[in-house]
Unconditional design. Structure first.
Length: 183
């Protein structure tokens, strides 16, 4: 799948501490949604992908500030998340809701959905990939992965969320920085 080129990030981004991420993470993730982006732009193939997520979290683990994301193995993003050392979580103004709907419905397997969604991919000097149109970007380094074991579901209703048994893989990443776009 031919993707639009990833361009170097501009100087409008400021690195901040994750403590400066405003609002309840529950409403930020569940109501606003976010784009999970991962992949590699270091080689000429430049394979990377993005997908919408509304499940995830921010917290503290192993004395580190961490972010959690959950990806079903049926997603194209899954393989790229496994191969990448870094992933980003991008947050947008409400005016980009349609872009997030597109990235949560189309697959990077067969479409350049970021282009379709009107989003320009950018790469930072640390190799992390996100979008020029984002307002905040959380950059994470993978620390741990874990596949959900249906035998451990304590509430039987959870199994109903997996009609094709594509149980999520949980990715835990150390938050390296919060990038905020200065107006
Ligand atoms: C609001 C919303 C939230 C979503 N949250 C998740 C999620 O947390 N985990 C997941 O695996 N898929 C989630 N999805 C589904 C993926 O975004 C969707 O299947 C996407 O097309 C996968 O793209 P890909 O095949 O290019 O990876 C969500 C979709 C929407 C619209």
């Amino acid at each position: 799948m031919e993707q639009q080129p990833v361009i170097p990030a501009g100087s409008e981004w400021t690195d901040k501490h994750i403590r400066d991420f405003c609002g309840s993470p529950v409403s930020r993730i569940s109501d606003e949604w976010m784009l999970i982006t991962c992949g590699n732009t270091a080689d000429q193939k430049g394979l990377w992908n993005t997908m919408t997520a509304s499940w995830g979290g921010l917290g503290v683990l192993w004395s580190k500030n961490v972010a959690f994301m959950f990806i079903r193995p049926t997603r194209f993003t899954f393989a790229l998340a496994n191969e990448s050392q870094l992933f980003t979580l991008s947050f947008f103004d409400a005016s980009y809701r349609r872009s997030l709907e597109i990235c949560g419905a189309a697959s990077g397997r067969d479409t350049d959905k970021a282009a379709q969604a009107g989003l320009k991919p950018i790469v930072f000097s640390d190799g992390s990939i996100a979008f020029q149109e984002a307002k905040e970007i959380i950059v994470c380094r993978k620390l741990y992965v874990h596949d959900f074991d249906p035998g451990q579901f304590l509430d039987p209703s959870i199994e109903g969320l997996y009609p094709v048994k594509d149980y999520h893989r949980m990715f835990i990443g150390e938050v390296l920085t919060l990038r905020v776009k200065e107006a």
